[in-house]
Design a protein around this ligand. Sequence first.
Ligand SMILES: [Ca+2]
Ligand SMILES: [Ca+2]
Length: 195
Amino acid sequence: MKPLAIFRSVGFILLVLVFQLVLTAGSCFTNSNGCDDAKCVHGHCDNAEESCECFEGWQGTHCDDEIEPSSIKITEIRVTRFKEDYAGQPWDLGSEPDIYLRMVLNGDTIWTQSSVESDADYRKVYKFEIDDLVLLDPTAAHSLQLYDADSPDPDDFMGGVKFTPYHKGQSFPEFMVVDAGGYVGFEVYFKYFWP
Ligand SMILES: [Ca+2]
Ligand SMILES: [Ca+2]
């Protein structure tokens, strides 16, 4: 064989090898029995098992089926709005209201904020980090309420908003605006737990 012919055939063999490599690599991603990350909507592909491994809270062949949370921890509540006064009367004589929150479920107070923000300014947003509030019935309608502490008199109810913490099909939002356009408005931040 002449040197040129040898070079040509070596070149041809290399070309065939490269094509084979491309085909082999391609088959990793298009294996008809397997999966790829694009098919695992909320998960990733386990190549050894050839199936989707779902992130927490998701199930199904393609990890696109939400699992209903068994509980939701509320990590933060922002009081975004409250009224300056009540029917023209100040909340407190000579000072601003001393605000705190309550969570109510089926008429029962299931949580009362342990701290009070004294003399709160209605023009400000108050951001409260919460570490003692877990909702065990996330699909039930709750009421988040704002009070003005008035010891020894009964506390003033400043307003409340009804909300349902979990709605299927929303992909577990990090927070929810809880504001029905009434006297008070909130933003509530969630951490989800699954069975
Ligand atoms: Ca008051
Ligand atoms: Ca006050």
